[in-house]
Design a protein around this ligand. Structure first.
Ligand code: AMP
Ligand code: ZN
Length: 116
């Protein structure tokens, strides 16, 4: 994926502050943090969005969710955190390479979903 921003970060063509790397995934700091801790966890394989996953991606998706609390804890989020995957236009996705936001800090995060 020549022009994909996160593929460029994975290939080292664009700098990022890496927090974790293994053979399947990379985690780095979000450039515009929404809270004191804001990581993005991405698969190294280019997957455009959560809408594009198939059954073969189940181990990878499981690994990402397994990693999330470990990465959060490594950044000091010992009392909870939030994970977000924005998907497609309605979900407000801006970068079309699947990514899991891991967001936290010392204070409680604002409610994300408001009920009428
Ligand atoms: P989304 O709206 O879910 O697609 O989120 C895309 C995220 O990527 C946003 O939170 C951006 O701040 C973040 N972002 C964009 N460019 C970069 C970059 N070069 N390095 C790190 N994070 C980035
Ligand atoms: Zn990509």
């Amino acid at each position: 994926m020549e022009d994909c921003l996160f593929c460029k970060i994975i290939r080292g063509e664009i700098p990022a502050t890496k927090i974790h790397e293994d053979e399947d995934t990379l985690a780095f700091l979000d450039i515009h943090p929404a809270a004191p801790v804001h990581l993005l966890l991405v698969p190294k394989q280019h997957i455009g969005s959560l809408s594009e996953v198939d059954a073969s991606h189940q181990p990878l998706l499981g690994k990402m969710l397994w990693l999330a609390p470990r990465l959060a804890a490594s950044q000091g989020c010992t009392d909870g955190f939030r994970t977000i995957i924005n998907t497609g236009r309605v979900g407000g996705q801006e970068v079309f390479h699947l990514h899991l936001h891991i967001i936290g800090g010392k204070d409680r995060l604002p409610a994300m979903i408001h009920h009428d």
